[in-house]
Design a protein around this ligand. Structure first.
Ligand SMILES: CC(C)(COP(=O)(O)OP(=O)(O)OC[C@H]1O[C@@H](n2cnc3c(N)ncnc32)[C@H](O)[C@@H]1OP(=O)(O)O)[C@@H](O)C(=O)NCCC(=O)NCCS
Length: 154
């Protein structure tokens, strides 16, 4: 008898060799994507840059900066064809645990008010909205505010 197993997400550190695949996903899922240089700088700066894989494919990634008891989730993205399968939720929990393991008491992020998918993801992962940064993001016309969200880790 055979059973169909749900695919499992595995994680590994991002490296220079991943940048082409990461940038391809980034460009497909963001209207205002990070550049290859942004990712290379994050790797060079020693930020926590991680890849999520399923079935041997790169399906998502994220970048978090941890310091002085706080963490900042700088990027979290899931490849278009892998969205709505729980990977964003798993990555969020992965980074919350990582931040806690490195001594952070809370984790922050910015999100566009128009990004209802991400806002729903973060709300369902326990983040609360704590403020607004005016004109934080470039937008099609002018700038867009950022909502600041926080998750307490302890
Ligand atoms: C936001 C993002 C990371 C979500 O990843 P995901 O793997 O699809 O998320 P999940 O499958 O874990 O979804 C968790 C919950 O978030 C919400 N959600 C996710 N995508 C949604 C969408 N397109 N519309 C509405 N709600 C959505 C739902 O409540 C969902 O739960 P459900 O599927 O049980 O209804 C993904 O859409 C993405 O990469 N978007 C582009 C990059 C981006 O905006 N990153 C965040 C920047 S702050």
């Amino acid at each position: 008898m055979s059973a169909r197993l749900a695919s499992v997400t595995t994680y590994r550190r991002m490296g220079d060799a991943d940048l082409a695949s990461v940038v391809a996903i980034e460009s497909a899922v963001h209207a205002h994507p990070w550049t290859r240089m942004n990712f290379a700088d994050s790797l060079g700066a020693g930020y926590h840059c991680w890849i999520a894989e399923r079935e041997g494919q790169l399906v998502g990634y994220g970048i978090v900066l941890v310091g002085a008891g706080e963490a900042h989730l700088l990027n979290l993205s899931v490849a278009l064809e892998w969205q709505r399968r729980g990977i964003g939720t798993e990555l969020t929990h992965f980074f919350a645990k990582l931040a806690r393991d490195y001594g952070a008491e809370k984790i922050f992020l910015e999100v566009r008010p128009s990004n209802s998918a991400a806002r729903a993801l973060y709300a369902s992962s326990g983040f609360g909205e704590i403020g607004v940064r005016r004109g934080y993001y470039p937008a099609a016309e002018g700038r867009e505010d950022a909502l600041v969200m926080e998750l307490r880790l302890q």
